[in-house]
Design a protein around this ligand. Structure first.
Ligand SMILES: [Fe+2]
Length: 230
């Protein structure tokens, strides 16, 4: 067969952004955060809604974490908020004026996972961006994948037909999932629609993770299509 050397342009149609940040002072920040959260693994701080995606010894705090005034958590909250603001600004190409009009509304909480805890597949409705910040990844007991986060390809129909023409497509065109291994001080930010799960964790050292959902509003832009009811 004659080799065809004419030009081929490859375009990337749809992409899922996944952003990675490292806290510059994780070595001193994370142990302090760990103590702070472990001391608050109590009923007073527990969220009172049980979720059927959460299984085993998994403590979930109230969702107002980013509004707590405790000085211990402020460097972390500031780091996460600044990181997300950068994601929003750069990916939407917003300038400083546009950014200053935005309001970031957060649900944020911490998870403490002990032996046998896991979370089945879910996404985070009613938010645009979600993120996970690792305070302590814990230490897997048997399998290095314990406690890993698996992100699923949102093109749910992309594997409707697999043959040699497509089954070896390389990244970013492969149909696949991606696994994230938590590291202390590392923040991952992803679109809230992305389905993900957390593998069962069996380590003796508690695994401590902070998570958030964010939805943004621009107060000076009223919805033209709103009506009141009276
Ligand atoms: Fe999640």
């Amino acid at each position: 067969m004659t080799a065809h050397k004419h030009q081929m342009k490859t375009h990337q149609l749809f992409s899922v952004p996944l952003l990675e940040f490292d806290h510059p002072d994780a070595a001193s920040l994370c142990p302090r955060l760990r103590s702070f959260f472990l001391a608050r693994e109590t009923e007073q701080y527990r969220d009172d809604i049980s979720r059927d995606t959460q299984v085993g010894p998994l403590f979930e705090s109230r969702f107002d974490l980013f509004y707590w005034k405790d000085p211990e958590i402020q460097p972390m909250v500031e780091f996460i908020h600044r990181s997300l603001a950068r994601v929003v600004a750069e990916l939407n190409r917003y300038d400083a004026r546009q950014m200053s009009a935005l309001r970031f509304n957060y649900h944020a909480w911490y998870h403490i996972t002990r032996e046998g805890g896991f979370q089945s597949m879910h996404n985070h409705p009613n938010a645009s961006w979600s993120g996970i910040f690792c305070v302590d990844p814990g230490e897997p007991r048997d399998d290095p994948r314990e406690g890993k986060v698996r992100m699923y390809d949102p093109r749910s129909n992309a594997n409707m037909y697999m043959d040699p023409g497509c089954e070896n497509l390389q990244s970013p065109f492969n149909f696949s999932s991606m696994e994230i291994q938590h590291e202390s001080g590392k923040l991952w930010v992803f679109p809230s629609y992305l389905m993900h799960e957390i593998f069962p964790y069996f380590g003796a050292r508690p695994r401590v993770i902070v998570a958030f959902n964010c939805w943004l509003t621009a107060p000076e832009s009223p919805n033209t299509y709103q009506r009141t009811y009276s």
